[in-house]
Design a binder for this molecule. Structure first.
Ligand code: GTB
Length: 342
């Protein structure tokens, strides 16, 4: 029997919200966590999002996308609906209740999110325009109108229609975008509704994972930047003192396992000191659980050599509780992905 495919989603390599969970990959992550599904996250830069390879997945050059075997989806609402329809847990079994839950998903993205997006546009994209001061109260009034209606419908219920569903997931994800504006504060039942969503273990896992991307990726980037600058102590200090650094036997020097800062430092210094010139560039980050797979392109000329070594390989950095505890290199990128569990 073929192994089930681990889906891959895309997310910002560097989210403008610095990992506060406001970008739309968060709702997809949350749904995946609610359903107990494994997934990996390919991180894309703003530049990469506009390149043909990404536009082939997402015609508007945005995140999130969703790949599962041959299936490629974009639009966060459609991805969450796909997941909720294929796996039990986010839509009721009863056909009418199911249709109502899907209606709430559409209501979230079609009736509640648009005025919230207008606010974001007015504030951040058109904030310097002369009409902004006059426009803002109109936009806020349109949001309040929707919040009044939603608050009246929710009343003192926990969720919008019976048990928690994909409809609540989408609605809460949309309402969360209002947090920075303070507009929710006048609606105690909506604030409690959003807080109930945020308290769900699946939400917490999704939130912590997307936040970890922001912090852990910065550490990994700094490791390679420090090696390129020939500042090996800075590169190694990003790791836990009990770290392991593992290279395969087909690596220069025969590979090996190095443990702790001192041993790793000596090994990396030896390698780095053999370079006459060159760089090791990160081409792609893929996050699989607590592991960050880094696709690298090294172009290095060794001392006393005229020719350049030009190779593509992969490192996998393992994090536990925000600490980098292991770095394992692979000559083949697919091997690295397999080892990380993708
Ligand atoms: N309708 C699509 C969907 O629901 O999937 C909309 C997708 C979309 O807007 N994606 C945004 C994007 O890729 C990210 S979520 N933007 C880049 C671009 O268009 O070039 C919007 C977003 C971005 C940042 C924050 N933030 O930092 O707070 C919050 C939300």
């Amino acid at each position: 029997m073929p192994l089930p495919t681990t889906p891959t989603i895309t997310a910002f390599e560097r989210s403008p919200d610095r990992g506060k969970g406001l970008a739309r990959d968060m709702r997809v992550r949350w749904a995946l966590e609610e359903l107990g599904l494994r997934y990996s996250v390919r991180l894309v830069s703003f530049d990469a999002m506009k390149q043909p390879a990404h536009v082939a997945l997402h015609p508007f050059g945005q995140i999130p996308t969703y790949e599962e075997g041959d299936l490629v989806l974009f639009e966060s609402g459609s991805i969450v609906l796909h997941l909720a329809q294929r796996h039990a847990g986010l839509l009721p079994d009863d056909a009418n209740a199911r249709a109502r839950a899907i209606t709430w998903m559409f209501a979230a993205i079609n009736s509640v999110e648009p005025p919230i997006l207008e606010l974001v546009t007015t504030k951040f994209l058109e904030g310097d325009k002369p009409w902004t001061k006059e426009r803002m109260p109109l936009v806020e009034a349109r949001i309040r109108n929707r919040l009044d209606q939603l608050s009246a419908r929710l009343g003192d219920a926990d969720w919008l229609d019976g048990a928690f569903s994909a409809g609540d997931l989408m609605m809460i994800a949309v309402l969360l975008r209002l947090k920075p504006s303070g507009l929710l504060i006048g609606y105690p039942n909506l604030c409690a509704y959003v807080a109930r969503g945020e308290a769900r273990p699946a939400y917490q896992r999704a939130f912590n994972d997307q936040l970890a991307v922001f912090t852990d990726i910065e550490l990994v980037k700094e490791t390679y930047a420090a090696i390129n600058r020939n500042e090996v102590p800075a590169a190694v200090s990003a790791f836990d003192p009990q770290m392991e650094w593992i290279e395969p036997s087909n690596y220069p020097g025969g590979g090996g396992t190095y443990r702790g800062h001192a041993e790793v430092m000596a090994h990396v210094l030896k390698g780095r000191n053999s370079w006459a010139e060159g760089r090791c560039e990160v081409e792609q980050f893929i996050v699989v659980g607590g592991k960050i797979v880094v696709f690298l392109h090294a172009r290095v000329r060794l001392k006393d050599h005229a020719d350049w070594i030009d190779g593509r390989f992969a490192d996998v950095h393992t994090f536990r509780n925000g600490k980098a505890i292991q770095m394992r290199s692979f000559g083949e990128r697919q091997e690295a992905l397999d080892w990380a569990g993708q």
